[in-house]
Design a protein around this ligand. Sequence first.
Ligand code: SF4
Length: 133
Amino acid sequence: MTVQAQVLDLLEELRETTGTAIQFISHNLGVVSQLAENVVVMYAGRVVERATAEELFANPQHPYTIGLLGTLPRIGMPRGALPSIPGAVPPLDQRGSGCPFADRCTRATPTCMAEMPEEVELSAVHSVACHHP
Ligand code: SF4
C-alpha cells in the first residue's frame, strides 16, 4: 500500500509538471477513484460505460460497473469471502450477437440476449451501453 501510494503520488506529480494526460488501466477502483478525472469501463473488449469519475462513482448505470463497485471491500464488512460477480467473461469464440454481460446480469432480458446494446448519452458527462440502465 505504501509503494502504491508513492507510485500514485509520482504519477500525479508527473501529470502536473509535464501537463500530460495519463491513460491508466486498472481493476483497482479505489486507485481509479483517486487518480482519474474521466473513467471508461470496459467489459469483454467493449466500452460499457464512460463518465467523469465523480459521476461514475456517484451514479453508476451499467450492471457491470455496479457489480464492480459492489466487490470493493469496505470497513465494517463481515469477515468471509469478498463479494464477486458470479460467472466469467465469455471466451472470444463463444460470444453471440447480444450483450456479452447477459449471462452474468440480473437485468438481462431476451432483447439483451439478441441485440448488442449501443452506447447512448445519458448526459454531457455520462454514457452507457445497456438496454436497461
Ligand atoms: S444490455 Fe442487458 S444484459 Fe447487458 S448489461 Fe444491460 S441489462 Fe444487462
